[in-house]
Design a protein around this ligand. Structure first.
Ligand SMILES: [Zn+2]
Ligand SMILES: [Zn+2]
Length: 157
């Protein structure tokens, strides 16, 4: 989990994605690999939108289209590698998945968009009981709290 070696993280993520793609008869293309690498390089607690990915990739000189980015993201979400979260109103963000038992949640400022991540075993427990009770397999549990951060409270007054 807490490897400080980015090379090892890239290799791990590539291997996970490659094996899940192979199970579905899909390939780890160069572009899918590069999109995944952007997430591996993103600091913990930060989330990327399709626009962020497009911007980061094109400033590095990559030729990539929005449709390629969207297709790659949806595919990785379906394979359970990536998690899609709605933080700012109506906008989708993406982050690498962790195991459902270690899932984190988000506290979002509706004014400036500042995001805090937190873990809460009660939410995790409730999601496990709910899925178990209905014979579901737990895939993701999202709990998002919207509020106004301290800085914004000062500027709103
Ligand atoms: Zn997050
Ligand atoms: Zn704020």
């Amino acid at each position: 989990m807490e490897s400080n070696n980015p090379e090892a993280n890239f290799a791990d993520q590539h291997n996970i994605l490659r094996s899940r793609l192979n199970q579905k008869g899909l390939r780890l293309t160069d572009q899918r690999q590069k999109i995944l690498d952007l997430f591996v390089m993103t600091p913990d607690g930060e989330h990327l939108s399709a626009e962020d990915i497009y911007y980061q990739a094109t400033t590095k000189g990559e030729k990539i289209s929005y449709s390629t980015i969207y297709r790659a993201l949806h595919m990785m979400v379906n394979l359970g590698i990536m998690r899609e979260v709605e933080l700012a109103e109506g906008r989708k963000y993406y982050e690498l998945s962790t195991s459902p038992a270690k899932q984190h949640h988000h506290l979002v400022c509706v004014h400036c968009g500042e995001v805090h991540e937190f873990e809460d075993h009660r939410v995790t427990k409730a999601s496990q009981q709910e899925t178990l009770g209905h014979g579901f397999l737990l895939r993701d549990c999202q709990f998002t709290v919207y509020g106004i951060c301290q800085m914004c409270q000062l500027s709103v007054i």
